[in-house]
Design a protein around this ligand. Sequence first.
Ligand code: FAD
Length: 223
Amino acid sequence: MFRTAQTNGTWDFPPRYRKVVSGRGFGMASTSLWMSVDVAPNARPLFQNERCDVAVVGAGIAGLSTAYELAQRNMSVIVIDRARIASGMTARTTAHLAPLCDDLMSEFKKLRGLEAAKLFYESHAAAVDRIEEIQELENIDCSFRRLDGYLFQGDGMPADVIDKELEVVREVGAPVDRHVGVPLRGCEDRQALKYPRQGTFHPLKYLAGLVRACEVRGVRVFS
Ligand SMILES: Cc1cc2nc3c(=O)[nH]c(=O)nc-3n(C[C@H](O)[C@H](O)[C@H](O)COP(=O)(O)OP(=O)(O)OC[C@H]3O[C@@H](n4cnc5c(N)ncnc54)[C@H](O)[C@@H]3O)c2cc1C
């Protein structure tokens, strides 16, 4: 975390971060391929009082998915963001939809135990399935596709990290295959796990479709 100070209407960053963010404004440290999509062209500033059942604060994938699920259940919903809709972390993601923890399921189990690790996997797998279902249901053209993911031994990493991970991934019930070698130059001998049928998509095209589907159900979006 880093702190910022606002003076005379402009944000100031600690010196070590200035190089990264210079000229890009608050929070805009990077520009991604996704960002050319205007996710919510109808979004307007909120100047007046509004009534609703639920106000969702924050319009990334979490907030907009929540708004969609609530609107599906006939609730009246407002979404409010302090910035452009979907311009936060969701605009910068690698967009690989993986039901398993990047920081290793074996580490997760060590910290939280097997039951929580199982719940983590099951909820993330259900979330990926739900994205697949919604983009079909709502005809969202977001290049969703299933693809295999690989976890492979990094430079200097002991090989048994992969075997320990395999054990826990099997315990939580996720599909996994053991491999040696991945199709990258210099990685022919690396110990690896293959996770079949993970996912990927264009996150902001997906959210643009989700906003349209929300608006059809009466959701009001403000930024
Ligand atoms: C480089 C990178 C690569 C990643 N790769 C992957 C990946 O491959 N797979 C994966 O699953 N995840 C990945 N992630 C993580 C993933 O992008 C995030 O977990 C996800 O996008 C978070 O979504 P969100 O809706 O919670 O947050 P955000 O998308 O950040 O949305 C939060 C929104 O809330 C708004 N907001 C914040 N505070 C307020 C406030 N006080 N009032 C009003 N609005 C507010 C912000 O403006 C923003 O629009 C990656 C992240 C990064 C940075």
